[in-house]
Write a protein that binds this ligand. Sequence first.
Ligand code: PA5
Length: 464
Amino acid sequence: MSITVNYNNMMQYALGDKGISDAQLKEQEILAQSAHFLVEAGRGRGMQGWMDSPYDQAEVVKAVKSAAARIRRRFDCFVVLGIGGSALGPQAVFTALKHGYYNELPKKLRKGPRFYVLDNVDPDKMNALFDIIDLKKTVFNVITKSGSTSETMSQFLIVYDLLKARLGESAHEHIIATTDESKGNLIKLAQKEGFETFFIPDSVGGRFSELSPVGLLPAAVVGIDVSKLLKGARDMDRRCRSRYISKNPALALAVLQYVSMKQGKNISVMMPYSDRLKYIADWYAQLWAESLGKEKDKNGDVVNAGQTPVKALGVTDQHSQVQLYNEGPYDKVITFIEVGEYGSDVTIPNGCDEFPNLNFLCGHTLSELMTNELYATRYNLTLRGRANFTIRLDKVDAYHVGALLYLLQMQTAYAGAMLNINTYDQPGVEGGKDATYALFGRSGYEKKAEEMRSAKPDSEKYII
Ligand code: PA5
């Protein structure tokens, strides 16, 4: 396993009095070990079925690979319809592991169908997609754990209606449903219409589902080795069996984030130095925000827990956000993601000898520039007492990406246990959903509609 976690720059050792002392870390040892115990005790139970994903999917992998081979032969476009945990993972893994301009590659080089993720209900975006795909050559993978999410089901209804109008009886062959085996509307529709289906285990929630058929099918369709993704997760899981923070990287990260939260560092920045990993930061933002952002702990006490995730990209955001990280409030922990070996390289040519302030770059590669800029940014932040740590991947391949996803899921599970909150629910989003239903006049939401009607209207005074 060649993923390392370097947390020197979280500690007093590097940050002086702005850092965490060895003694402070030691104080958390019992809490960390009990978090580890709780997470292990829940392995495969409740909503922790995701911890079995690296181990118990031989049949799923077989089915996914065979479906992927069929799809690759028959279709030119593969479109994921989903939102939240049902879309962020497929997008993140695709971006990490496929060519940066995959869809634009000629078919001979691309080898698989073009790949799109529709994770919103913006009509302009949807119509734009219809402008560039040929329905006859497109398959839609509708992904929804609950089988009832309004956004995903709206996308599905629109697409299926179009398919039926254009293709008649064969329309159902263009839909693959990934959903719960028995709950929700999608499975009922799938059974009625005869869609091919993949099941998300009951014990795997949306944001923890990337290593289930949610992520495995889209990945396999574009030619990613899903067995290697799972192998990476498995090897990371082995490292997480230790209850010692000196051995378990996810536990170390969770403890450091926990102590930081207690110190008022309420923002968690993820900054990969790789365009390929850009959407891992998006995926992590949902995982971290929705899992830890909770009003009450398990005792019912108001704790308003959580850390606000911020997505940044190295080096791009050095010219956008890093000024704030260096000189703004001491309220952030920055997770750098370093890549040891990029997939390819480009050399900056010679030829600007007359410009001394440019020629220092000549003969160096872009990967050197990227890496040195990471080191320089990190050095400067550390000098200013800014908490940061680095997750380093030897390279961005299926094995390391599987391990990285699993590491971050474990970190989240431990942090949730340390905060004594329910990591796996999301009661905060229900209010917004109910209000949407009420606005649409959905039956059963009359009381909510009444409450909204009698709410204070906007005052003209504050509209200019
Ligand atoms: O993590 C979660 O459970 C949520 O963010 C879901 O992923 C999101 O709401 C989509 O839900 P579903 O997959 O049921 O359509």
